[in-house]
Design a protein around this ligand. Structure first.
Ligand SMILES: [Zn+2]
Ligand SMILES: [Zn+2]
Length: 254
């Protein structure tokens, strides 16, 4: 499995883009920057998995659908837990802020269709088994565990803690890699706590819950204006873990 990093940051600024990861060309994990990919790459997408309904994770869907609408006949499936789907329907695809693409070009064959996921219940799409796991953020949210050929990869989405997620992944034989957030430096702990995001020291605390020491840990969702301070807080204090920053256009192979 190849994971392409399209957007790795928690803000849209200059050359830094909002969260979007692509699994083997056809599955998107979050969609903040789905619309900035080459058109050919946008047309290859069949499924979009959304962790939560914050605009930095769903905003790209609006322009992505507009880009591909008249160039394909297929229905693109958007998967998320019910609360997240409700927010997207009520506040984005509501015929007010943006078009209701679940009824266009026809209700029988719409361009997008929502699929409600249940926590801990896996779905299989394009050869991958994807399981939503609970996380705590300021709005309803989930992580996604991806399995292919008995190899496991975890994408946490935005979070401050996730005890049931750790409990679940600790039962796996191995966890090859994970993408987890760090948004703010430790000096902005008050903002991190209020918005339910991680700082480097909160990340260290959370990683104590992960029993797999072999896991490659990739950091995403950094607010780019604080990147230098976050790097100073992260390294070398986090020495017992294999931690890397995630870079855009990078491809992770699992
Ligand atoms: Zn976010
Ligand atoms: Zn968020």
């Amino acid at each position: 499995m190849k994971i392409k990093i399209v957007g790795a940051y928690g803000a849209s600024l200059s050359t830094y883009h909002l969260t979007t990861f692509i699994l083997d060309k056809t599955i998107a994990l979050d969609a903040g920057s789905l619309n900035i990919m080459d058109l050919e790459d946008q047309l290859a997408i069949d499924h979009i998995f959304i962790t939560h309904a914050h605009l930095d994770h769903i905003g790209g869907i609006a322009f992505y659908i507009d880009n591909i609408f008249a160039l394909t006949n297929k229905t693109i499936f958007i998967h998320a837990i019910p609360e997240v789907i409700k927010s997207m329907k009520d506040h984005l695809f509501n015929k007010d802020i943006w078009v209701d693409f679940t009824k266009l070009p026809s209700e029988g064959r719409p361009r997008i269709s929502f699929n409600e996921l249940k926590l801990f219940e896996p779905v299989e799409v394009n050869g991958k088994i994807i399981t939503p796991l609970p996380t705590e953020h300021i709005v309803p949210s989930s992580a996604f565990l991806i399995e292919e050929k008995k190899k496991y990869f975890l994408y946490t989405g935005d979070m401050i803690r996730a005890p049931k997620m750790w409990e679940y992944v600790n039962k796996l034989p191995k966890l090859k890699g994970m993408i987890i957030e760090v948004s703010f430096p430790d000096s902005l702990m008050n903002i991190a706590n209020a918005s339910k995001h991680l700082t480097p020291s909160l990340l260290r605390k959370e990683l104590k819950n992960l029993k797999h020491m072999e896991t490659e840990i990739y950091i995403y969702h950094i607010k780019p204006m604080f990147i230098d301070e976050i790097v100073q807080d992260l390294f070398p204090k986090t020495v017992d873990r294999n931690i890397k920053l995630l870079y855009e256009d990078e491809i992770i192979e699992i």
